[in-house]
Design a binder for this molecule. Structure first.
Ligand code: ADP
Length: 165
C-alpha cells in the first residue's frame, strides 16, 4: 500500500515526525507531499522544506519526500496512492479535517483518508508555534530536529520570510 502524507511542513516538527514514524509502519511506502501554496508566505522555500524533512526522516527507509501543487487527490493518483494520512491534534482539528476528507473522497472515491491521533506530548505543537517561539529567541530543540533548529537560526539571520513562485 502506498500512502501520501500532505502538509505545509513549514518547518517539519516532532509532531509530524511522530505521525510519519507511525504511519510508515502500517503502509509499504509513505510519500510526504510538501504543499506549495502561493497564497501563503512560508518561512522556508519548498526545496528547503523537502531537505529538512529528508534529513529528519533519514532513519525511516520507506519514506520519500516530494512537492506538489493543486489537489491532494491528484497528487495521490499521480503517485498511485490510495490513502491519505493526516494527523489529529485536538477536537478543533476534527471538524475541518473531516470536511477535507469527505471532500477528497467524493472527488476521488478510490482515495481514503486515515487519521493518526497525535501522541500527547506533541498535541500542542504546530509549525506556527515553533516559528513564534523561535522568533522570540527561545529554544525549540524539544519541538524540532537539530537540522531544523539550525535552519531556523540561519533563516533568522538572513531574512524575514520567502516569496513562493
Ligand atoms: P497543513 O497546513 O496542511 O495543516 P501542516 O504541516 O500544519 O499542514 O500539517 C500537516 C499534517 O500534520 C496535518 O494533518 C496536521 O494535523 C498534522 N500535524 C501537524 N502538527 C502535528 C502534531 N503536533 N501532532 C500530530 N499531527 C500534527
Amino acid at each position: 500500500m502506498i500512502a501520501i502524507y500532505p502538509g505545509s511542513f513549514d518547518p517539519v516538527t516532532f509532531g509530524h515526525l511522530d505521525i510519519i514514524e507511525r504511519a510508515s509502519k502500517v503502509v509499504d511506502e509513505l510519500i510526504i507531499g510538501v504543499l506549495v501554496n502561493s497564497a501563503k508566505k512560508p518561512m522556508f522555500f519548498r526545496e528547503e522544506r523537502v531537505s529538512l524533512i529528508e534529513e529528519t526522516t533519514k532513519h525511516i527507509p520507506n519514506v520519500t519526500v516530494k512537492t506538489f501543487e493543486g489537489l491532494t487527490v491528484d497528487f495521490a493518483k499521480e503517485n498511485k496512492a490510495n490513502l491519505i494520512i493526516r494527523g489529529l491534534r485536538a477536537v478543533t482539528d476534527f471538524e475541518i479535517e473531516m470536511q477535507i476528507a469527505q471532500t477528497n473522497h467524493s472527488i476521488e472515491p478510490t482515495v481514503d483518508t486515515m487519521f493518526f491521533t497525535t501522541s500527547l506530548e506533541y498535541a500542542y505543537l504546530s509549525s506556527t508555534i515553533v516559528k513564534e517561539i523561535a522568533g522570540y529567541g527561545s529554544d525549540v530543540s524539544k519541538m524540532v530536529s537539530q537540522v531544523v533548529v539550525d535552519a531556523i537560526k540561519n533563516k533568522q539571520k538572513n531574512s524575514s520570510g520567502v516569496e513562493e513562485k
